[in-house]
Design a protein around this ligand. Structure first.
Ligand code: CTP
Length: 407
């Protein structure tokens, strides 16, 4: 889950490919987008298939490629251009030929790609590719300006050697640049941009002696997935992490590693006042040994009792300090009476949302790569989710956080 650090993770990108020699770059583009974790569907204009095969793009995108309104005339299967447009977070046409450009500017609608463009509600970006003289003609420039005026993002062609052998402006922007521009688009429009978040993850270890501790099986995967997803949505995240080998690499995450519940509490106290969003996903030990033995204890034959004293409930403490405008989210791991216990924790700890997972659900809980959660908010709205990867659960949690932030 931690390998996807791009804001493009889970973004739905509809790639339109038109009939230019630069269509070969579409293969690299699809590859880079998939590597960033995006979902990609490709629409080709019929003539684009002379430049690159649908099989190549279907294989790389792991989705069927569409180029026609009908898939199978005998069975009456047709490609729903409206649904494709609604599915996408962005329509990217790369490469864009002068012909498709003129249709876009003039309202032409003679193929599937144009029908999708006409029905797009969200952002459209285009990366023109043509020979230098064609690129400079008054009509091309006028058409590009028309698109710009209507809010279409034009990724200007680059200067260099062209397929004709000439040198000049007209080559399609490199796939790396296009991906960066899409990332900037999503970052600028990220729903949590400018928000600060505090996330805890992993177990805590409560030392008994110089070599032993009381801990639990939490891996940190769920909390780190939430931190990554908050960052992908533009939030700056302070991650306070108990012992965990799970990496996190997003540049918007600042990680502080801690060992004990006491250290976690101190770190939370430091960052909580500034945090708009706090997600307490750590499995904090409820008790710690009363006395710490600074050397390795020797074994003996008599039974050994370790006196335990309760740790502070960090979440409860944060709930007491919560100011208006701060969102506080807790987790509840339960084995029975799950929903009523979770509701009680939500109230007792003054939370805005509680994410419940039951150890009775196979595939849920500690160390797994999957989780099955129920979310209950402060207005008692309850939503049950299917078993999913922890990265996908994090997407659901952050979607809910975005809604709560807007209320
Ligand atoms: N939590 C905390 N500090 C503690 C114990 C728990 O901040 N000392 C937080 C956890 O991070 C989690 C929530 O409280 O977000 C609920 O934790 P859980 O272990 O399910 O519940 P407890 O409150 O500890 O109650 P119990 O163990 O009795 O179910």
């Amino acid at each position: 889950m931690a390998e996807f650090t791009s804001i493009l993770f889970k973004k739905r990108i509809l790639l339109g490919v038109t009939a230019s020699i630069a269509a070969y770059k579409a293969a690299f583009l699809v590859r880079l987008l998939k590597k960033a974790g995006a979902e990609v569907k490709v629409i080709m204009t019929p003539d684009a298939e002379s430049f690159i095969t649908p099989l190549t793009l279907a294989t790389l995108s792991e989705e069927p490629v569409h180029s026609d309104f009908t898939e199978d005339q005998h069975q009456g299967t047709w490609v729903n251009h409206v649904a494709l447009g609604l599915w996408a977070d962005v329509l990217l046409i790369a490469p864009l030929t002068a012909n498709t450009l003129s249709k876009m500017a003039g309202g032409g609608c003679d193929n599937l790609l144009m029908a999708v463009f006409q029905s797009m509600r969200k952002h459209t970006a285009v990366a023109p590719a043509m020979d230098l003289d064609m690129y400079q003609t008054a009509t091309t420039q006028e058409n590009l300006n028309k698109l710009r005026e209507r809010g279409v993002q034009v990724i200007d062609a680059e200067t260099g050697s062209l397929a004709s052998g000439l040198e000049g402006q007209g080559r399609m922007a490199e796939p790396e640049r296009i991906v960066k521009i899409l990332e900037e688009h999503f970052s600028a429009n990220a729903p949590l941009s400018g928000k600060k978040a505090l996330v805890t993850a992993g177990p805590t270890y409560e030392p008994i002696d110089a070599v032993r501790f009381i801990g639990n099986h939490s891996s940190g995967k769920m909390g780190i997935a939430v931190a990554e997803e908050l960052a992908r949505n533009g939030a700056f995240v302070h991650l306070i992490c108990g012992p965990s080998s799970v990496p996190c690499t997003h540049p918007l995450i600042k990680r502080t590693d801690v060992m004990t519940a006491g250290e976690m509490k101190a770190a939370c106290e430091k960052y909580f006042a500034d945090a708009h969003i706090t997600v307490m996903a750590a499995a904090v030990a409820d008790y710690r040994p009363k006395d710490f033995v600074p050397h390795k204890m020797k074994k003996g034959n008599a039974p050994l009792a370790i006196n335990l004293v309760p740790n502070d409930d960090i979440l409860r403490m944060l709930g007491e300090r919560k100011a208006s405008g701060q969102l506080l989210i807790g987790f509840a791991l339960e084995t029975d009476n799950e929903t009523s216990n979770a509701r009680e924790k939500l109230k007792k700890k003054n939370l805005d949302l509680i994410v419940l997972n039951s150890l009775r659900d196979p595939g849920a809980g500690f160390s797994q790569d999957t989780n099955k959660v129920t979310m209950i908010d402060r207005n008692n709205n309850l939503a049950k989710f299917e078993l999913k990867s922890k990265a996908d659960v994090a997407v659901d949690i952050v979607e809910k956080i975005v809604i709560l932030c807007a209320q």
